[in-house]
Design a protein around this ligand. Structure first.
Ligand code: FAD
Length: 443
C-alpha cells in the first residue's frame, strides 16, 4: 500500500506516525512545499518575543529523523500541483529544480493546512508588513526587529494570534496598537468577557481601537490610516485577521467542501471521494455538543484528526468525535480560556440559554498569590446541559477550563459539577472549587 500525504506540519506528520505504528509495511510518503516540517506554529509569537527560544526548539525534527524513526519519506520543497482522483495520481513540482513528475497513491491524505487571510488594505505589500503563519514568516519579523529596531507597531486583528503577537512586540519594547474591525477584542468571547481582556491590554500600554479598520499602510511615513481618519505610527505592521482553509487542490479535483468552506469529511476523516482523506486546518469539523459543522483550525485538533486518519487508512476503527473549539491564550498577566458555545453563539443557534456568572478566588484567599477567576457558563435551559464556558483570571484558568471541557464532552448537566470530587489544598483551590460553585447555582 502506498500512502501519500500532502503537508507536513501538525496533521500530516500525525497521520504518518500513526499509520506507521499500525502498519510496518506500507510505503508512506509526504510532500511538503516548505522546508520546515513538524514544527510548533503555536510557539511562533513567543519565538518573536523571547530571545531564549531558538528556532531549532520549535522544529526539532527533520526528514532524516522521520526516515530513521518511522521509515517515512518526507520530500520538502515539493509542491503538489494537481490531483487526478480517477487515476489516483498527482503532479508534483520539485521547487528547487523546477522538475515536475507524477506519483501514484492507493490512499491520499490532504493535510494542506490554512493560509493567512489577506485583508483589503492599501500598501499591505510593503517590506515592513508581515503575516505570522509559519517559521519563515516568524524569522522575517524577528530579523526585521533586529535590523530595523522598530519603535512602534500596529497589529491588525485581535484574535488570539493577534493578541499574542501584540504582547510579544510590546515585550520587545515597542509601542503597540491593536486595531480591530469588529466591536470588541477577542471577538469569539462574549462582550463582558472581552472588555476585561481589552482592559488588560490597555493596562500594559497597548492601545486598542475597536470597530475601526486599517485602510492604508504608508511605507514612507511609517504610519497607518484607519477608516475613522486616525493616523497611527507603525514602524512594523502585523496582519492577523484570520486564516482560511487551503482547499484549492481539493476543490480543483472535485472534492466537496462543507458549509464552512473547509473540506467536508466524515467521522473517519474521509472526503467525498473514497480513499482520499483530509485532516487538520484544511478540514471541516463539527461541534460535539450537537453536530453543527464548524471550522476551528487548532493544532490540538489537527493532531487528533491526523491520528484518527492514520488509524483508519491502516484498517483501524477510530472515529473523530468533534470539537468544542477549546482555546486558551495568555494576554499579559491574564489567562483567557473558552470552550463550547458562548452566550451569543448559543442564542444564534436557537438555544434557550441559561447564563451563570461566577467570580471566585482561584485558591484559598489567605494563601499568597490568590486571585479572582471570572467564569461565565452557558447552559441549555431545557436540558440543563452545559453548552460552553469562558474563564478569565491570573491563575488556575487552564485547570478549570479542562474540567469544564471534560464535563461538556461527557454531557454533564450544570448541577453535576457541584458533585465533582475535585482536588483541594490551599495552594491550588478553595474547599469548594469555582467549578463546583458554578454547579451549585443550578443544583
Ligand atoms: P499547517 O500547519 O498549515 O500545515 C500545512 C502544510 O501543508 C504547510 O506547511 C504547507 O506548506 C503544506 N502544503 C499546503 N499545500 C501544499 C501543496 N500543494 N503541496 C505541498 N505542501 C503543501 N493552535 C492551538 O491549538 N493552540 C495554539 O496556541 C496555537 N497557536 C498558534 C499560533 C500561531 C502564530 C499560528 C500561526 C497558529 C497557531 N495555532 C494554535 C494553530 C495551529 O498551529 C494549526 O492549527 C496547525 O499548525 C495546523 O496544522 P496543519 O498540519 O493542519 O496545517
Amino acid at each position: 500500500m502506498r500512502i501519500i500525504i500532502i503537508g507536513s506540519v501538525a496533521a500530516g506528520t500525525s497521520v504518518a506516525a500513526k499509520a506507521r505504528r499500525n502498519n510496518l509495511d506500507a510505503e508512506i510518503v509526504i510532500y511538503e512545499k516548505d522546508q520546515d516540517i513538524s514544527y510548533s506554529a503555536c510557539g511562533l509569537p513567543y519565538y518573536i518575543g523571547e530571545d531564549y527560544i531558538e528556532r531549532g526548539q520549535l522544529s526539532p525534527r527533520d526528514p532524516l529523523w522521520f526516515k530513521k524513526r518511522f521509515a517515512i519519506d518526507i520530500f520538502t520543497g515539493h509542491e503538489v500541483l494537481s490531483l487526478d482522483v480517477k487515476e489516483q495520481t498527482l503532479q508534483v513540482e520539485n521547487l528547487q529544480t523546477g522538475a515536475v513528475f507524477s506519483d501514484e497513491y492507493d490512499v491520499l491524505v490532504l493535510a494542506t493546512g490554512a493560509n493567512a487571510v489577506s485583508p483589503p488594505i492599501e500598501g499591505k505589500d510593503a517590506d515592513h508588513v508581515f503575516y505570522l503563519r509559519n517559521i519563515v514568516s516568524a524569522d522575517k519579523i524577528k530579523t526585521y526587529i533586529q535590523d530595523k529596531k522598530p519603535k512602534t507597531a500596529v497589529v491588525v486583528g485581535s484574535g488570539f494570534i493577534g493578541l499574542e503577537v501584540a504582547e510579544n512586540l510590546s515585550r520587545k519594547g515597542m509601542n503597540v496598537t491593536v486595531v480591530e474591525a469588529l466591536p470588541k477584542v477577542m471577538p469569539s468571547y462574549d462582550d463582558e468577557m472581552s472588555i476585561r481582556i481589552k482592559q488588560e491590554l490597555q493596562e500594559h500600554q497597548v492601545q486598542v481601537f475597536t470597530d475601526e479598520r486599517v485602510q492604508v499602510i504608508d511605507a514612507l511615513t511609517k504610519t497607518v490610516r484607519t477608516d475613522r481618519g486616525r493616523i497611527l505610527p507603525a514602524d512594523l505592521v502585523v496582519l492577523s485577521v484570520g486564516v482560511k482553509p487551503a482547499v484549492e487542490l481539493a476543490q480543483k479535483a472535485g472534492i466537496k467542501l462543507g458549509v464552512t468552506g473547509a473540506i467536508a469529511v466524515d467521522a473517519r476523516m474521509e472526503t467525498s471521494i473514497a480513499g482520499i482523506y483530509a485532516v487538520g486546518d484544511c478540514a471541516e469539523s463539527y461541534l460535539l455538543i450537537d453536530g453543527t459543522p464548524c471550522y476551528r483550525p487548532m493544532g490540538s485538533t489537527a493532531n487528533k484528526m491526523g491520528r484518527i486518519a492514520g488509524d483508519v487508512i491502516t484498517g483501524g476503527d477510530l472515529t473523530f468525535r468533534g470539537v468544542l473549539g477549546t482555546g486558551i491564550v495568555q494576554v499579559f498577566d491574564l489567562s483567557c480560556g473558552q470552550t463550547g458555545y458562548t452566550e451569543t453563539a448559543a442564542k444564534k443557534a436557537s438555544y434557550d440559554v441559561e447564563v451563570i456568572h461566577n467570580i471566585k478566588p482561584n485558591q484559598t484567599e489567605y494563601f499568597a498569590g490568590s486571585s479572582e477567576l471570572i467564569i461565565k457558563a452557558v447552559a441549555d435551559r431545557k436540558t440543563q446541559k452545559l453548552l460552553g464556558v469562558q474563564i478569565i483570571g491570573k491563575k488556575g484558568v487552564d485547570k478549570r477550563l479542562d474540567v469544564f471541557v471534560t464535563a461538556i464532552t461527557f454531557g454533564a448537566k450544570v448541577g453535576d459539577l457541584a458533585h465533582l470530587d475535585l482536588a483541594y489544598a490551599p495552594p491550588f483551590a478553595t474547599t469548594k472549587d469555582p467549578v463546583i460553585y458554578t454547579g451549585m447555582i443550578l443544583d
